[in-house]
Design a protein around this ligand. Structure first.
Ligand SMILES: [Zn+2]
Ligand SMILES: [Zn+2]
Length: 282
């Protein structure tokens, strides 16, 4: 190994969950992507939370080589899911570079929609994911029993899916892993008091770990309270490495491979200025 040869080369990472369409990033997306690249973040999945943001996410993905999108209706917006919205969502979720249905799920912590409405909205979108054979990005807070009951119904036909911003303890993590899901570790793992999440980051098998920012929220230490952005996923990966007593490179290699696999992203085309865009003909 040549000494110092990789001093400036950050290992490759993928931020599996960001909200690049949020107002915090208006007119700043190119700079945000540029900083991400400098931090080794080669790809970003930007997430829809309703019809409009899913549409924006898919457009941001088309405009930026490094960005992929998901389309879904968040439990906070569950009330909007009428048949017409489901049709619109299917159209967006089926687009090129839209790699998942999400974020969808149940949020009994905030309870911004009646629980039966959340459950109904979640089920319809699970059916959609099965229909179009795309993985799901789950948002689950304090709703584990209902979640596992519904998930087990769909598990046999659902592609491997992702528990985003994992917030449970090791017992819940175990159940997620047994169900075949990936655990996406957020910047919260860097917080001093996040001992349960640090335990999960330590014990979960490398084959099922992902890292994410949930930008613009939940910035990791030492940026806590500031606007989060994909470049900062590096701090989360570092903390995961520290929890496992492993190198950052190893965490990066596994989480990146997992993200490519779960979202069906192929290695990017070689950077040639006049190379044809692979999606230009669709
Ligand atoms: Zn979420
Ligand atoms: Zn989110």
């Amino acid at each position: 190994m040549v000494k110092g040869s990789n001093m400036l080369t950050a290992p490759e990472l993928i931020d599996t969950h960001a909200h690049l369409d949020f107002p915090e990033f208006t007119d700043r997306i190119p700079a945000v992507i540029q900083r991400a690249r400098q931090a080794g973040v080669s790809r970003i999945v930007t997430i829809g939370i309703d019809i409009e943001t899913s549409r924006k996410a898919s457009l941001i993905a088309l405009e930026n080589e490094e960005v992929y999108a998901s389309a879904g209706i968040h439990p906070h917006a569950a009330g909007i899911l009428a048949p017409r919205e489901l049709e619109l969502l299917e159209e967006i979720a089926s687009r090129i570079k839209v790699v998942a249905v999400g974020e969808i799920g149940l949020d009994y912590y905030r309870d911004m929609q009646p629980r039966r409405v959340q459950v109904e909205c979640f089920r319809r979108q699970m059916e959609l994911a099965v229909k179009i054979a795309k993985p799901v990005i789950f948002h689950i807070r304090e709703a584990w029993d209902d979640f596992f009951e519904i998930a087990s119904e769909f598990a046999p036909c659902l592609p491997p899916s992702v528990m985003h911003c994992f917030s449970g303890d090791w017992g819940i993590a175990r159940r997620c892993l047994d169900s075949g899901f990936y655990l996406s570790i957020p910047g919260v793992v860097t917080f001093n008091k996040a001992l349960a999440l640090q335990e999960v980051a330590k014990k979960a098998p490398f084959e099922r770990l992902l890292v994410e920012t949930d930008s613009p929220y939940l910035a990791p230490v030492p940026f806590r309270g500031k606007t989060n952005e994909p470049a900062l996923v590096l701090h989360t990966a570092r903390k995961v490495a520290q929890c496992r007593d492993e190198s950052l490179e190893k965490v990066a290699a596994h989480t990146t491979r997992n993200a490519l696999s779960v979202f069906g992203i192929h290695p990017p085309p070689k950077k040639q200025k006049d190379a044809k865009e692979p999606f230009a003909s669709f």
